[in-house]
Design a binder for this molecule. Sequence first.
Ligand code: FRU
Length: 480
Amino acid sequence: AVYHEQYRPQIHFSPKAHWMNDPNGMVYNEGVYHLFFQYYPGASVWGPMHWGHATSTNLVHWQEQPIALYPDSLGFIFSGSAVVDKNNTSGFGKGGKVPLVAIYTSHDTAGERAGRNDYENQSIAYSLDNGKTWTKYSGNPVVKNPGIRDFRDPKVSWNEAANKWIMTLATKDRITFFSSPDLKNWTKESEFGEKLGAHGGVWECPDLFPLDYNGQKVWVLIVNINPGGPNGGSATQYFTGNFDGHTFTPDDTTTKWLDYGPDEYAGITWSNTGERKIFLGWMSNWEYANVVPTEKWRSATTIPRELGIKKINNQFLVTSQPVKELNSITKPFTTLTNVKATDYTVASTTKLTTPYKLSLTTDAVKDFSITFSNKSGEQLVIGFDKATNQYYIDRTKAGESSFKQSFAAKTVAPRFAQKASIDLVLIIDAASVELFADSGLTTMTAIFFPEDLLNQIHVQSTGGVVLKSLQLSSMQSIWK
Ligand code: FRU
């Protein structure tokens, strides 16, 4: 499909029509990246949840597929994950075919209306044709609710130490880990987090995986939270530490956020991608997701991001960077070196007609701001403030915002890097910006709704920052 609607993301996945929220069941199998997602095909607002489906062979170009999972007698199909069951532990495989197994929450609204506490239970389904068609397991649900109202979003992965599948489940104000030899029978292992991290809202959509730090395995536990994010509403926090197959032990007690912007939520990683850990989130916020001014469809995903880990001040921090696959649609537009940017116009033409990527490196850690504007006079201001050591995104004048009072805001994120210069990558689409600073140590995502593309770029710096290098690249639409 080729899309021309106002605000339609050109380099991010969005469904052709109607509502989407969380990414679900992200799994790589036989050359295909699967992206399932919370989907309501009946309207462009949240409703009875299905799993929509899109596929890609390169993480860049997506093809929307038929709906994968429909609500059933156990309820709506809420968020969850998918695994490649290589050893056929589930027994779902037939004739040598390796099953894909989806693990999701069955959310029973009738039970909820009746005032029960046990209306969220975990179910499974399998596919023997690489995700095209799915069969729900007759023994569902496989994890029964013990009486906790928020009991959902299972993320399952194979754990070597346990020699079992581990399910990481969001259970209200903590994570509960379960183990299973076969994806059908689950045993509770442990709980984590009741007294750690942010608790301004309910815990949702977790993930658990190791990252390699110079040969050391560092376990990352992602816990999405709504509300209570650093810039209001929903956001993605994480913990670093160790998971021994039974229990997660954090290595520090600070609250850390994977993305400090207002519009990355429910982000988790793909399974079965080997050493790479590829993260993608829903690019919105529950504060206003249902009322943003796109009526044909609502919401998109972030770009896929490769996660890494760095140690700063004796603390592990997860880094995010755009996946390298995006380079295939990125073409140089303007390249500059050593420009003193007291008051400097990078692009003032209307020639820049596509989404774009702006990468720059400064000579020093100094204040600067970049104003992105269009012919309608709308502007988005992104910059760094040395006094507070913060990056910021100011969307107060970046377009339509009347749908929600708190939307027109300036949001901030801490700088963690300690080196003496700043590097910044910004990816700007029709209605979003993603900021990756200091090789991904600080990440921010924000949406906005301008009349047309913000294709004029102007840098200001009272301290006269020198842009050691600046590259502006146009990005080609992923829709054909
Ligand atoms: C997160 C979430 C999940 C739930 C799903 C319902 O955005 O609330 O916890 O499974 O959305 O659509």
